[in-house]
Write a protein that binds this ligand. Structure first.
Ligand SMILES: Cc1cc2nc3c(=O)[nH]c(=O)nc-3n(C[C@H](O)[C@H](O)[C@H](O)COP(=O)(O)OP(=O)(O)OC[C@H]3O[C@@H](n4cnc5c(N)ncnc54)[C@H](O)[C@@H]3O)c2cc1C
Length: 317
């Protein structure tokens, strides 16, 4: 079922979450062990992130370094298929522009279609480590809206090769990313929202937001999006803080603010067990307010560990 239809067919706020594929060499049972408890809250869909290849430097015995291209977390598509098979819920693979030519994207979409995966989250991806700016593949997409256009073309039966005779259309529901505190490369929020609208105009069915810790930021963002003519559902993304280190890591990685009250509480905490509890309580308060406001879904970033998400969900759903 398409996420957009799931949203249209419910009046309740739904629970969903995002997981990462395991590191190469780790097994899928640890992933299941994190998902299993969360199934109690009946998520209609689970997102699976995509991690492109990275260039790393490995030391050699002679003291020199060799440059290697590695993919640390492969398996997004396989994990999605496994989740759908095991839990009978929709799995939403993240699909990137980065690292893919249009041809490769089309081939992945054909595979997803054959697996019965009807939902994708279309993203540009970040620049590779060591690169200042995002560089698309030769014949790849520069922006997520172009990826949305390609998926929508396939939904209309338009393949890249014009000579294909049996143009079976796909039927993908497309989600895209939105940034309540603006995407870090955008000159300002209003231009970023215009660029978000481009993705919706290209055919995105719904938006999932970057994580945020202050609901006011989300509510203001939704209002600005509506004023800009964006009418699709905007799903809030929530992450319970879990360690003291994240106080600087999260702003650095995700370009979001951590409010004063929360920062001060965390700075005062004597250890990470206390921080984890503070993070859970903060996320519960955020979620209850969002639920009261009637958001369609609350989407939790699990980053692979589900015990804190479980506690939040138990208090909210
Ligand atoms: C919910 C969510 C899930 C994510 N999952 C993953 C994942 O699984 N794997 C991963 O690697 N990353 C993931 N990311 C991170 C994401 O890939 C990065 O934030 C990336 O830098 C931007 O992706 P985007 O799809 O928002 O890009 P875009 O929508 O293409 O926007 C990127 C930048 O370009 C600007 N822009 C857009 N269109 C134009 C235009 N026509 N002209 C000029 N400027 C323009 C935008 O304002 C923005 O600043 C996720 C992010 C979110 C919020």
């Amino acid at each position: 079922m398409k996420i957009i239809d799931i949203i249209r067919n419910t009046k309740e706020t739904l629970f969903s979450f995002e997981i990462l594929p395991p590191l190469k060499g780790d097994n899928i049972y640890d992933v299941y062990a994190n998902i299993d408890p969360l199934m109690e809250f009946k998520p209609p869909f689970i997102n699976v992130t995509y991690h492109r290849e990275e260039t790393v430097l490995r030391p050699l015995p002679n003291g020199l370094y060799e440059q290697k291209v590695v993919r640390k977390r492969p398996g997004t598509v396989g994990l999605c298929a496994a989740i759908m098979h095991r839990y009978k819920v929709e799995a939403v693979p993240h699909l990137l522009c980065g690292g893919f030519s249009k041809e490769e994207t089309e081939n992945v979409l054909i595979e997803l279609d054959f697996l019965g995966i009807q939902n994708v989250l279309a993203l540009r991806g970040d620049s590779q480590k060591g690169q200042r700016y995002f560089i698309p593949e030769p014949d790849g997409h520069h922006y997520a809206y172009q990826l949305v256009e390609q998926i929508q073309n396939l939904n209309r039966g338009i393949y890249l090769d014009e000579e294909i005779e049996n143009n079976t259309p796909t039927n993908f529901c497309i989600g895209v990313a939105g940034y309540p505190e603006k995407h870090f490369e955008a000159p300002n929020l209003s231009i970023d929202i215009q660029n978000l609208k481009r993705k919706v105009d290209a055919g995105a069915d719904y938006i999932v937001t970057q994580l945020f810790f202050d609901n006011r930021v989300y509510f203001d963002f939704v209002e600005k999006c509506r004023q800009a003519g964006i009418t699709v559902p905007i799903i809030p993304g929530i992450k319970p803080l879990a360690t003291k280190k994240q106080l600087s890591l999260i702003p650095h990685m995700f370009h979001v603010d951590i409010p004063d009250d929360l920062s001060i509480e965390i700075l005062k905490a004597k250890d990470n067990t206390t921080v984890r509890q503070i993070g859970i309580e903060w996320a519960i308060q955020q979620s209850l307010e969002l639920k009261n406001a009637g958001v369609p879904v609350i989407h939790y970033y699990s980053m692979g560990k589900s015990d804190n998400i479980y506690k939040v969900a138990a208090a909210v759903f």
